[in-house]
Ligand binder design. Structure first.
Ligand code: TXA
Ligand code: MG
Length: 346
């Protein structure tokens, strides 16, 4: 297989790393070659990686996550050009999005190329591909490619249905022994999962909102908003119990926050509150109070770590004040709505 055009003469991302990190990446590539699982940071959340061409490794990945076999996973690649290895009939809009947003928090769903494993696509005729923007992820993907592994499937490195991990410590807490190597790249910069755009059939459609806003996608290629799409959802994230902490989570409007805290605490509930500064300061009856960041970018970056903190704080109820409705907040509101919905399903 000729990979020279994709790798270039030297693995640039690898060479940019400090020596200790290079050693870790080399260990991770060796693990991938052995069919084992490796966790690595991306700019969105940590991924749990396996060689996308190794059916046994992919099966191990599903088992480690406790993920149902019909839920497809995202193939992570080192370079946009690798899209052609995984997808067929790639429309110009896909290349335009890749050129504009990759490496970055965007996943493209396209018709799958021949030979892509059913385990990767969940048996569908489409495949999801992403080139992540994190130095360790890119170094891993480049080094893997140089070792003959041209794609790494990586769902978020959490147990199925739980909050995605945004630090290496979260990954270890969730998956521990199941992972051969955990690459530690510190906290993730974006904090919620990538925006997913389906280009496999007709006009581009956003399947999962993320921190690349629909408007940005539309400006690039004319995608329709998620609300206008028809047909059954094909994204695992649309399942009720997805992205949920263990503690029941409830969303509350800012004006109802103080009253709800009073009501719950009167009932003997221990409330963990995630609210804007003024409300967090006022609601002294809450057992644990965390101030929510003011900008969408900072909020997304902190969200899962803060929810984990509240989940582990011994509270019996997590109360989150609904964030603003602007387009920059859509991905955040989507995750919070799922977490709240997931809570009511248990
Ligand atoms: O930011 C991210 O996308 C992170 C990092 C690790 O890259 N990954 C991630 O993977 O969120 P995961 O497995 O937790 O979510 C992948 C989503 C699922 O909702 C899945 O249904 C959807 O992508 N997906 C994968 N392949 C698909 C396909 N062929 N058609 C439609 N949706 C697909
Ligand atoms: Mg996930």
């Amino acid at each position: 297989m000729n990979t020279a055009g994709e790798t270039g003469a030297t693995p640039a991302a690898m060479n940019a790393l400090p020596p200790a990190a290079r050693t870790e990446v080399a260990r991770a590539v060796a693990a991938l070659r052995d069919g084992l699982l490796v966790a690595f940071p991306t700019e969105t959340v940590y991924g749990l990686g396996a060689n996308a061409r190794d059916a046994a490794a992919v099966a191990r990945l599903y088992a480690a996550k406790g993920r149902p076999a019909d839920h497809p996973v995202i193939v992570h690649v080192a370079h946009p050009a690798a899209l052609a290895r995984w997808a067929r009939e790639i429309p110009s809009a896909a290349w335009a999005l890749a050129a504009r947003f990759w490496p970055g928090p965007l996943t493209l769903v396209l018709k799958r190329a021949p030979g892509v494993l059913d385990a990767v696509t969940g048996g569908q005729d489409t495949v999801a591909v992403r080139c992540p923007a994190h130095p360790l992820a890119l170094a891993l993907l480049e080094a893997a490619l140089a070792a003959g592994i041209d794609g790494v499937v990586a769902p978020s490195a959490n147990r199925f249905g739980r909050l995605s991990p945004t630090t290496a410590a979260h990954v270890v807490a969730e998956l521990g022994e199941a992972v051969a190597v955990v690459l530690d790249g510190g906290p993730c910069r974006v904090g919620i999962e990538s925006t997913i755009v389906d280009l496999s059939d007709g006009p581009p459609r956003v399947l999962r909102p993320g921190m690349i806003a629909e408007e940005e996608v539309r400006t690039c290629v004319g995608a329709q908003p998620a609300a206008e799409r028809g047909g059954a959802p094909r994204v695992a994230g649309t399942l009720a119990a997805h992205y949920a902490p263990r503690t029941p989570l409830e969303l509350v409007a800012p004006e109802d926050c103080a009253g709800r805290v009073a009501e719950l605490t009167a009932r003997g509930e221990r409330v963990g509150l995630f609210a804007p500064r003024a409300l967090a300061a006022d609601c002294v009856a809450a057992t644990r109070r965390i101030t929510a960041p003011e900008t969408a970018a900072a909020y997304a970056r902190d969200l899962y770590a803060r929810l984990r903190e509240l989940d582990e704080s011994g509270c019996t109820r997590i109360l989150v004040v609904s964030p603003p409705t602007g387009s920059a907040w859509r991905g955040i509101r989507d995750r919070l709505a799922r977490a709240a919905h997931g809570s009511t399903q248990r």
